[in-house]
Design a protein around this ligand. Structure first.
Ligand code: SAM
Length: 270
């Protein structure tokens, strides 16, 4: 069979470091009782060792040529193959098959990783966990805390939905072929169920407010959110109107969004 030429448009940087691969599979800890879904199996760096541990693995791969290559492997019979775009895939079908929360993993195509994570948050109720290899900078934004440069809308929305744990950090570009220009991080996002530290009436309002606040990162809340919140109402919520958006905690953003829902239900904001 012809050698595969990696496609840039699909962010094809294949994992080749056996030590990293082994650690990732150990972290995922797959077992046959789980509904497992791999995004972008590529040349099977993770698919193969995971199949050694389970009876069935769902895979979503956009590149038909890569799927053809998988056919020659003995583990192919264990795969349930979806030749589709992970960004539009209907994950509910996998949950419905066994009425079981799904576990998603993958060395993600870095060009779509943020959009994909945001898309998956919309299906959060059917997900047990997500174990992803990401570009280091994206991972750092996901876990960033208030008061830091990387803290922003992505951190707030992600930490609102999930507990996030970095499992392997600073993974060298040398662990991939072709060699990417960036370092990588492997992490786990575990959706909160009834143990969430945060509450909002409406996550779309939370998303709207954080968008508005971080559009003007250097401005104070008094300026950026001035159209919706008077200084008085911010003070009433115990939030200093002179704070910059990066110094406002997730809990405070939730408070702000709840205030809108409770007081301005008549207005369409989004
Ligand atoms: N898992 C393999 C590994 O670790 O070597 C490949 C990882 S590579 C970074 C990303 C994989 O995702 C490629 O196989 C690529 O074809 C696939 N891919 C890219 N965009 C995709 C999309 N929108 N939906 C599904 N798969 C996609």
């Amino acid at each position: 069979m012809k050698k595969h030429i990696p496609l840039k448009k699909f962010s094809q940087n294949f994992l080749i470091d056996s030590n990293i691969i082994k650690k990732i599979v150990q972290f995922i800890k797959p077992d046959s009782s789980q509904v497992l879904v791999e995004i972008g199996p590529g040349l099977a760096a993770l698919t193969n060792p995971v199949c050694n541990l389970v009876d069935e693995l769902n895979i979503i791969e956009i590149d038909k040529n890569l799927l053809e290559k998988l056919k020659k492997h003995s583990f192919y019979s264990k795969l349930v193959v979806f030749c589709q775009d992970a960004l539009t895939f209907n994950y509910l079908t996998l949950f419905n098959k066994k009425n079981k929360l799904i576990r998603i993993f993958g060395n993600l195509p870095y060009n779509i990783s943020t959009s994909l994570i945001l898309y998956l948050f919309q299906k959060i109720n059917i997900i047990q966990d997500m174990n992803f290899m990401l570009q280091k900078e994206v991972a750092e934004r996901l876990v960033a805390l208030p008061g830091t440069k990387l803290y922003g809308r992505l951190s707030i929305i992600s930490q609102y939905y999930c507990n996030i744990k970095i499992l392997l950090h600073n993974i060298s570009p040398k662990c991939f072929r072709p060699v990417p220009k960036v370092d990588s991080t492997f992490l786990r996002l575990t959706p909160y169920t009834d143990n969430s530290p945060y509450f909002t009436h409406n996550v779309q309002v939370l998303s709207y407010i954080t968008n508005l606040a971080f559009q003007k990162r250097r401005k104070t809340l008094r300026n950026s959110l001035g159209k919706i919140f008077s200084e008085q109402s911010l003070t009433k919520l115990n939030i200093n109107p002179r704070l910059r958006p990066e110094n406002v905690s997730i809990l405070q953003y939730c408070q702000l969004s709840n205030y809108i829902v409770e007081n301005y239900q008549k207005y369409t904001l989004y």
